[in-house]
Design a protein around this ligand. Structure first.
Ligand SMILES: [Zn+2]
Length: 80
């Protein structure tokens, strides 16, 4: 297991800490979880935070948009 510097998910919080590198971040510091202080104030368990890929969410919405566009184009074609 390698370690990497994490930044707090809270943009107003400038905390950074060293944590396990589960996303293989390499150069870009991960920013998907809150620091321990923010967790305390938000009432969430620091260790219960799980990684969700932002890329896959983005990819999902891209695919959804592609599908919608495809349907629109198809409908437009059928009208003419
Ligand atoms: Zn924080």
């Amino acid at each position: 297991m390698s370690y990497v510097v994490h930044y707090c998910k809270n943009k107003k919080c400038n905390n950074a800490w060293t944590d396990l590198d589960i996303t293989n971040a390499k150069t870009i510091p991960p920013q998907w979880k809150y620091c321990k202080e923010c967790c305390k104030s938000l009432g969430i368990e620091f260790d219960s935070q799980t990684y969700k890929s932002k890329l896959s969410d983005k990819r999902k919405s891209e695919l959804r948009n592609n599908l919608l566009n495809y349907r629109k184009q198809k409908q437009a074609k059928e009208k003419t």
